[in-house]
Design a protein around this ligand. Structure first.
Ligand code: API
Length: 259
């Protein structure tokens, strides 16, 4: 069967997007992994199905590039909002549901402003912080982001004895550029490689830096694929609400999957 698809990217985090309001997509781990494969398939960091959801504009169903159903994806969330807007499902503001609950978002020109889940606690250690921003994130600091051994150290931590048995974690490397300004590189679980940007990761890095530096919101974050901003309100020790991930998300092409 032929299934129309679209490709979107948000700061270089790229996704195959399928309008699945008719629930026809034949979900299987092998199929999704082969579509996301950069040699044998379309190539993407993940695949997203847009489905109907009662009481919402749509439902986002996100799969990592390895075909496993992932936790929340911040850049994917921004991209699916753009897709829903392109499909004419809302005008200006939207409310949708994802694996970690309800999200609101606003479209202003190229920029998507996505409300993230509240963060209800941050584990702080000398060498790193760990938190869940919809997905689990390990945040560690380096002097020179270009020198960070993202893939090797990232995979050691992802599969290591602390986080490996708990389902693994994404691993972020942060360089502080100046006050309220970070540069971040991320090893992504489920892609098992460095990606150009990770939205839930960038969110975690901004909150971690706030806790360590006391910076007021917003924090600007450079990734390989572009610049994002994170807004937040701290409600208690390591607790945050009104967290927004802000940046561009664009359609790059469309085609048809032969499955
Ligand atoms: N790229 C995504 C993160 C996907 C999460 C996934 N890698 C996992 O934790 O399984 C983002 O922009 O937030």
């Amino acid at each position: 069967m032929n299934i129309p698809f679209y490709k979107y990217q948000g700061t270089g985090n790229d996704f195959v997007m399928v309008d699945d309001r008719n629930l026809q997509f034949p979900v299987s781990k092998e199929l999704i992994a082969s579509i996301c494969h950069r040699r044998f398939g379309v190539g993407a960091d993940g695949l997203i199905l847009l489905q109907n959801a009662e009481g919402y504009d749509f439902r986002m169903v996100y799969f990592n590039a390895d075909g496993g159903e992932g936790s929340m994806c911040g850049n994917g969330g921004r991209c699916v909002v753009r897709f829903a807007n392109d499909l004419g499902l809302f005008d200006g503001n939207t409310k949708f549901i994802a694996v970690d609950g309800e999200h609101e978002a606003t479209v202003t020109g190229e920029v998507i402003r996505l409300k993230m889940s509240n963060v209800n606690g941050v584990e702080q250690y000398e060498e790193y912080d760990f938190m869940n921003t919809g997905s689990p994130h390990y945040v560690t600091y380096v002097d020179d982001i270009h020198e960070a051994d993202v893939v090797n150290i990232g995979s050691e931590i992802r599969y290591g004895s602390v986080y490996g048995p708990k389902g693994g974690t994404n691993v972020n490397f942060v360089e502080v550029i100046e006050d309220n300004h970070l540069s971040v590189r991320t090893y992504e679980r489920g892609v098992e490689d460095e990606t150009f940007s990770c939205g839930t990761g960038v969110t975690a890095c901004a909150l971690s830096a706030h806790l360590r530096k006391g910076w007021p919101s917003p924090v600007t974050v450079e990734t390989i694929g572009g610049t994002l901003a994170v807004e937040y309100q701290e409600t208690g020790e390591g607790q945050f609400k009104d967290i927004y991930l802000i940046g561009p998300a664009v359609r790059v092409f469309e085609g048809s999957l032969n499955v």
